[in-house]
Design a protein around this ligand. Sequence first.
Ligand SMILES: Nc1ncnc2c1ncn2[C@@H]1O[C@H](COP(=O)(O)OP(=O)(O)OP(=O)(O)O)[C@@H](O)[C@H]1O
Ligand SMILES: [Mg+2]
Length: 338
Amino acid sequence: MNKNRYFYPVSLSSTPKKYPVPLFSDKNQLEKELNRLGLKISIGGALKGGTVSQVYSGRLDHKKVVIKHVDNLIPFDPTEFFIDKNGLKTDVQVLKKLDKSKNIRVPKVIKVFFEINTIILEDLNESGFYLLNDKIILRELDVNSALTIGESLANLALESREWEKFITNESVEQSIYERGLELRLAYPNTQTEYLFLEKEFVSNNQYFCWPDGHPKNILINKKGECAFIDFGRSHWGDQHYMLPNFLAHIVIYYLAGYIEKELTRDYLLQCINTFKKIEPVDENIFCQYLAMEVLHRANGKWITGIETKEQKLALLKFGYTVFDEKIGSVDKLLKLLS
Ligand SMILES: Nc1ncnc2c1ncn2[C@@H]1O[C@H](COP(=O)(O)OP(=O)(O)OP(=O)(O)O)[C@@H](O)[C@H]1O
Ligand SMILES: [Mg+2]
């Protein structure tokens, strides 16, 4: 009789787990606690629904700021991951390292309260930045940001190679397991495609990797300058993932009908070419990571704007085609898009 030695029983997700109780039940409690800690702060509206964290705009000594409070992410379905609140420590560590960078813009960390897992950040909207994702959904993507984002992502890879390794909240193994889930499901009888990328992702782990460099974590201004936020889920892993992870979202929103064909082509080319001036691009790995991310988002996971079956099928078709036809160059990838 099998004693469950070699498989995980369904009971892993069917047995109710005891999760820690959240620190605060709402933003008023958080505001009170920050006041008690000596801050003249008022918390305003939420900047998003609050999945991994609760982020609000607010005023500190009458100046506009952003308040980011991170608690444990309790899975809302039992098959999902639990994400520990210590991601905030990783976020702060990276923000502080990049604070001095001349090439990568991040918000200033104004105050840190690790005892209540809360930080106060510079509000980037105050200096004219707005969320790239919002612009894409409004069909107002500007090609100028391709250059600055390509340059900043390459500089992030380059500069962070000087950093001494520090402990991150999440591991590289957990990261690829989550981001590669849909690729695993796509080839159930072989897993060749997933296992190849998993090896790349995990074994190239001597350097820092920001796996969340997507349009919900990138802000741009009228001049096309960019700023990066949200480093809490970073880890040491394959830096080659960062550019295709970002550009996958340009492909996703093109296939879903938010970006014109010509603009998509120009955007991809200009971003890749600017990146290449600073860092090399392995085009085969680039195409595979990009397609993996398109499959990951194909049903709209954690992103807005992917709702219809036509959008989802277009994303799936693109992802499967890249792997089935072994598309391994940017040129072929662009042809596939046209
Ligand atoms: N410094 C900032 N200036 C302006 N807006 C910000 C700033 N920090 C965060 N935001 C806004 O708040 C949103 C959520 O912030 P952040 O990405 O750090 O939290 P998160 O919970 O990790 O996000 P998600 O789970 O959606 O990726 C961002 O998408 C952005 O719109
Ligand atoms: Mg975010």
